[in-house]
Design a protein around this ligand. Structure first.
Ligand code: FAD
Length: 293
């Protein structure tokens, strides 16, 4: 059933990092909602586990002096959905967090685990892509900060080096201030389902001009992706039905959707075009812009 050899529990980041340096094969457990399923299914056997669940400092969500929002990787989805700083500064992340799992899962599942698991369907990922989030990764000898777009290497594969741990998710003030957003999760049912497609849109609109646009997609490719061509096209364009249509079309270009039992490639592409437009219309309204038919 749960076939592991040893279980360690770290109380501080330093302790966790030291343990990882002694044994790079240690498998980190945060909330356990992904890893325990894999262990139960026999995909991970005879492993040594390192629980970081009780490292209090990794649960904090705070604003740094320069305005950067620092989200601890152990922040749970319930915590993020109810956090006043997130509600004020990046409500689209609260929206994405609430779309995830059910209340019981949201109470335990962490945002760090969601990212480090490497799934394209991770409900926080497309929004973090759209927010230009950066990840702080720490090991005993090194600390690096990389854009989330570079962290995803393939399905279930992320750029976590041996003995490294995710210690912070960082969102620069310039990447959230003045932006409005919308996350749409398309799934076969509203509760407790993995996304067939996830679309997160962030835009800055002034006098009916699109000053900036960022689009993050989940399940449109083997990893979450950004739609850079659509974003470039949108910059400084007037907000009209036609521009939004074109943005939806361009958003399909970087996708590498596949057919699975959930949906065909063609259907997912249709969803990208349609839901990008819908999310954008909603974000524009939230930005105080006009209603687009
Ligand atoms: C019933 C159910 C419903 C679900 N519904 C959804 C859903 O709707 N949307 C969705 O996106 N997901 C869903 N999930 C998947 C899962 O809950 C999430 O991916 C969750 O965020 C994982 O977080 P965790 O803390 O439980 O991760 P864990 O299982 O503890 O860890 C996941 C992976 O990340 C690694 N890891 C964790 N933290 C760190 C860190 N700080 N540094 C380095 N590596 C780390 C672990 O070693 C492991 O490989 C669901 C799961 C279940 C069981």
């Amino acid at each position: 059933m749960y076939n592991f050899r040893n279980y360690y529990e770290a109380k501080t980041i330093d302790e966790a990092i030291f343990k990882l340096s002694e044994n790079p094969d240690l498998k980190i457990v945060a909330g356990g909602t992904d890893i325990l399923i894999k262990m139960h299914g026999g995909k991970l056997e005879k492993i040594d586990l390192l629980s970081i669940h009780n490292i209090a400092s990794l649960k904090n969500i705070k604003k740094l002096e320069d305005g950067t929002i620092n989200i601890g990787p152990l922040a749970t989805f319930s915590q993020i959905a109810n956090d006043p700083l997130i509600a004020k500064s990046i409500p689209v992340l609260a929206e994405a967090s609430l779309s995830m799992g059910g209340p019981q899962i949201r109470n335990v599942a962490t945002i760090g685990g969601n990212i480090c698991n490497g799934a394209t369907s991770a409900d926080s990922a497309s929004t973090l892509f759209a927010l230009n989030a950066k990840l702080k990764l720490k090991s005993l000898k090194d600390e690096r900060i990389i854009p989330i777009e570079e962290f995803y290497l393939g399905p279930g594969k992320v750029d976590l080096r041996p003995s490294e741990m995710l210690v912070a998710i960082l969102i620069d003030q310039k990447d959230y201030k003045g932006y409005s957003g919308k996350y749409i999760k398309f799934s076969m049912r509203n509760a407790m389902d993995i996304a067939t497609l996830g679309v997160s849109v962030l835009c800055k609109v002034k006098d009916n001009l699109m000053e900036d646009l960022r689009i993050g997609l989940g399940v449109a490719a083997p990893t979450p992706i950004r739609c850079h061509e659509a974003e470039e096209y949108a910059r400084n364009k007037e907000v009209t039905t036609e521009t939004i249509k074109e943005i939806g079309k361009l958003a399909v270009k970087p996708t590498k959707a596949r057919t699975s039992w959930r949906a065909s490639k063609e259907y997912r592409e249709h969803l990208v075009e349609e839901l990008t437009g819908r999310a954008l219309k909603s974000a524009i309204l939230r930005a105080g812009g006009v209603e687009i038919a």
